[in-house]
Write a protein that binds this ligand. Structure first.
Ligand SMILES: [Zn+2]
Length: 462
């Protein structure tokens, strides 16, 4: 059997791992690699023939794990895609959103030019997403699913995002039975709404993410206190507005639930809250649909108080006109909008109207990649450019990592440490910058594990 890391090799995005069994090829994840500006061109070819892949297994819905599935289907893949049920639903939302991003880029590029075709070609269209969704077969967590007489699959909950799973494959290789684990992305304990990551059973080989290798989350431990303090400073003591850029799927739901708890427990006087993202509204419905998969605390809250994602102070903003009226709302308020790194989306309108407002605070709850507007604000740029205008930054900029969806260095080490170093043959590190991987590799080697940091396309006989 051969394992080849075709994506997220010594980088974060583009997860794609090929496992070649005897006459049966399994692809674990098929994500978009968007490390380069030219990513649409970069993702349009595969280093193998998509028609020769027999099965895809998807760890979770995030676009760097799922975002190139429609290209695979468009180029000839006709097998099934296995995932948990919430992952299938969230993937459909994210892939459709991805098409909209491709189309809007194309439109933007072709504006002012005569030929519409001059922009980057969309990697895939709505019809390819529909064809992709028809290939999904969903399997519940912790159920052993027999694919054929040589292969079975189990999904283990890992927190991180609703539906996210580690994939455990049991492979009959000749007379031998081998277990191979793929962690996908590993979440954190005590994360609002999501279950804690569960223990990965003993495997022979583990392919693990390494995003936060060498980094610890901050000592801030209480999200509720942080939110109460920030809202109090911005919207209660002063008549200000708090803008929280947030990814529409995952972070927004965890944040809304946390705010529901704060206001329903009377920890602050009522403050109006707007969730301004149509994608967030759709995703919230999926979280409601899988309420039984949320953590015990939020299920208990649901039994006592009802819908975790609906309360008096909260409004979901639907259309664009409504969104513009939020900018003109003159009472203190909280605006949750996307995109999380401020690159596009309705958040840009809110920034445009508020970044010069002394009474505005912008609270970042996620990572902002270099080169993004979010990153420029976080590093303290005094002037930023929005709608072709240079604007002075008078708003207060804050950040917390309490809603980061990834486990930190210790969480990653502890995930691997549940494996007996005498029994596991190899730990492969993926989904991390080289610096993070090196730190994690060193820590794991000290614990007695044999660790590899595979280069893209290098195959391992396992
Ligand atoms: Zn993820």
């Amino acid at each position: 059997m051969k394992l080849t890391i075709w994506g997220a090799a010594q980088q974060v995005t583009g997860s794609m791992h090929l496992l070649q069994l005897e006459k049966y090829n399994v692809l674990i994840d098929c994500g978009l690699d968007y490390e380069k500006d030219t990513y649409q061109e970069e993702n349009q070819y595969f280093p193998f023939d998509p028609s020769e892949i027999d099965l895809v297994i998807l760890t979770h819905a995030h676009i760097d794990h799922s975002g190139n599935l429609p290209t695979l289907v468009r180029m000839g893949f006709i097998g099934q895609i296995l995932s948990t049920p919430p992952t299938a639903d969230l993937t459909e939302l994210l892939l459709l959103d991805s098409v909209n991003i491709f189309l809007s880029k194309q439109n933007k590029h072709s504006k002012g030019r005569n030929r519409r075709s001059s922009g980057p070609q969309p990697l895939y269209l709505h019809k390819h997403v529909n064809e992709t969704m028809e290939r999904f077969v969903t399997i519940a967590f912790q159920k052993d699913f027999k694919v054929n007489e040589h292969l079975s699959v189990t999904f283990i909950p890992v927190g991180h995002l609703l539906g996210a799973a580690a994939v455990i494959l049991t492979v009959k290789d000749g007379e031998e039975l081998k277990k191979i684990g793929f962690t996908g992305d590993i979440g954190r304990k005590n994360y609002p709404v999501l279950v804690d990551p569960e223990q990965i059973p003993q495997v022979d080989y583990l392919v693990t993410e390494s995003t936060y290798g060498g980094r610890q989350h901050s000592a801030d431990t209480n999200l509720q206190d942080k939110l109460v303090e920030t809202i109090n400073e911005t919207c209660v003591k002063f008549p200000g507005r708090l803008i929280i850029p947030a990814f529409s799927i995952g972070r927004t739901q965890s944040l809304v639930y946390s705010l529901n708890r704060i206001f329903s427990e009377g920890l602050l006087p009522p403050v109006k809250i707007f969730v301004d993202s149509p994608l967030a509204s759709f995703a919230t419905n999926i979280y409601r649909k899988y309420q039984h998969l949320l953590n015990d605390e939020s299920q208990d809250f649901y039994r006592r108080k009802g819908d975790e994602f609906e309360f008096d102070e909260l409004s979901y903003v639907q259309d664009k006109r409504e969104s513009l009226s939020v900018s003109n709302y003159h009472e203190p308020c909280i605006i949750i909008s996307s995109a999380g790194m401020l690159e596009g989306g309705r958040i840009q309108d809110h920034l445009y109207y508020n970044i010069q407002n002394y009474y505005c605070t912008i609270l970042f709850i996620g990572y902002c990649a270099k080169g993004t507007l979010g990153n420029r604000l976080l590093r303290g740029d005094p002037i930023v450019r929005l709608r072709n205008r240079d604007l002075m930054v008078y708003a207060t900029i804050k950040q917390t990592d309490l809603l980061s969806g990834h486990g930190d260095h210790n969480d990653l080490v502890n995930t691997v440490k549940t494996q007996d170093p005498k029994k596991i043959k190899k730990v492969f590190l993926v989904h991390g910058e080289i610096k993070s991987m090196t730190s994690l590799s060193e820590a794991l080697s000290e614990e007695g594990y044999s660790v590899e940091m595979p280069l893209k396309g290098v195959g391992y006989d396992i």
